[in-house]
Design a protein around this ligand. Structure first.
Ligand SMILES: [Ca+2]
Length: 380
């Protein structure tokens, strides 16, 4: 347990399996409570307007967590998911008009021709415990043989359009294609909810570009969220060895991979030409050494007042939740939270109850809730 962490395993269990633990952090005293356990590599979660939660498990299961804390059997009617390496069922998002149309959206690794695969997005209506009318609305092109760097985070913009982050699929012979507008490697794309391309996408109408592209030069962005004040898309992205990034992802911009990076190859060899280049964006923040940046959320609620306005990034290899204090697009301070749990944090979201929810990445993954410690708020 880190020096910053005072205490308290309320139930007297070891930290890694505790059902509740309290942490004294820089701006808040909080308690981490286990909401659900026994999830196999959970990847994404979404909140439904009726208080239920959807949780994906990477091998290809979607579960519903009832408002009473019960975890459903796997939802029927899911697409065929290619669970290979980092791939499988990835994110889930509820339609902004879910109450009226019951649509949910899934991103996943899909087997294509031969041994190739790619990231795909489908939507379907959720009826009780089954999906109906499943339709594919986007396929990353081209498909390749690779078990890695699927990206896969889904975010709805305020105008109802859908952002999807896409990795560059990792193999050396197509790494440079993160810079190409002719395919979907290392891109953020923006589509309508039925898969059509918005006419005002930055490269729409160009013969030499895939029209879904919103931004380019990404490596493997696995976190994304809208900034609560500006409505702009922010994304966290895995670097190579070092150089994990947090970016403000704007239309038509180039985020540099693999030309510029703060990281090096796993061999220690340099990558690209350095850290800066004209016409390429700088990250808001970069982590060297890497923490393995995954989910991203902005905290806007009142339940944990000291955290209001902070961004939170889940760390996989860094086994932490990073809290970033922001002034606009400047990072004032970074705090490493919950290192004592020794959990890989796959996703982080703010719930409708104003609390933070975390998914831990392991064969016995958990859904955790971060709430004010009892002695602050007077809760039982
Ligand atoms: Ca970059």
């Amino acid at each position: 347990m880190s020096a910053k962490t005072i205490a308290c395993l309320l139930l007297g269990l070891a930290a890694a399996s505790a059902l509740a633990a309290e942490f004294e952090t820089e701006r808040a005293r909080v308690r981490v409570v286990e909401v659900a356990a026994g999830l196999e590599h959970p990847w994404g979660l979404a909140f439904l307007p009726d208080g239920r939660m959807l949780v994906t498990e990477r091998p290809g299961r979607l579960r519903i967590l009832g408002s009473d804390g019960s975890l459903s059997a796997p939802v029927a009617g899911l697409p065929a998911v290619h669970a290979i390496g980092q791939g499988g069922l990835l994110d889930v998002a509820a339609d902004p008009d879910f109450s009226a149309n019951r649509f949910i959206y899934l991103s996943y690794a899909e087997r294509r021709g031969g041994e190739t695969n790619g990231t795909t997005v489908a939507r379907a209506r959720l009826a009780d415990d089954a999906l109906t009318g499943l339709e594919v609305i986007f396929r990353q092109q081209p498909a390749v043989e690779s078990p890695a760097h699927f990206g896969g985070r889904l975010v709805f913009a305020r105008d109802g359009r859908l952002f999807l982050t896409l990795g560059e699929r990792s193999a050396r012979h197509f790494i440079d294609r993160a810079q190409s507008l002719e395919d979907h490697f290392g891109k953020v794309v923006r589509i309508e909810r039925d898969g059509r391309v918005p006419a005002d996408n930055p490269f729409a109408g160009r013969a030499d570009a895939r029209p879904e592209i919103w931004s380019l030069g990404h490596r493997n962005p696995q976190g994304a969220a809208l900034h609560p004040d500006t409505g702009e898309l922010w994304s966290s992205e895995h670097g190579p060895r070092g150089g994990d990034e947090l970016n403000v992802v704007r239309a038509g911009r180039n985020y540099g991979w693999p030309v510029i990076t703060y990281g090096v190859a796993y061999s220690g060899d340099p990558i690209g030409i350095g850290t800066h280049h004209q016409g390429m964006e700088q990250p808001v923040y970069q982590w060297t050494p890497s923490i393995g940046t995954s989910g991203l959320a902005f905290y806007t609620a009142e339940r944990i007042p000291g955290w209001k306005g902070s961004a939170f990034v889940g760390g996989l290899v860094g086994r932490q939740l990073a809290r970033l204090e922001l002034d606009g697009e400047r990072v004032l301070r970074v705090e490493e939270l919950f290192t004592g749990l020794r959990e890989r944090i796959r996703d982080v979201r703010q719930g409708p109850d104003g609390l933070l929810y975390l998914l831990t990445d392991s064969p016995q993954g958990r859904l955790l809730r971060v709430e004010p410690a009892a002695n602050v708020e007077g809760e039982g």
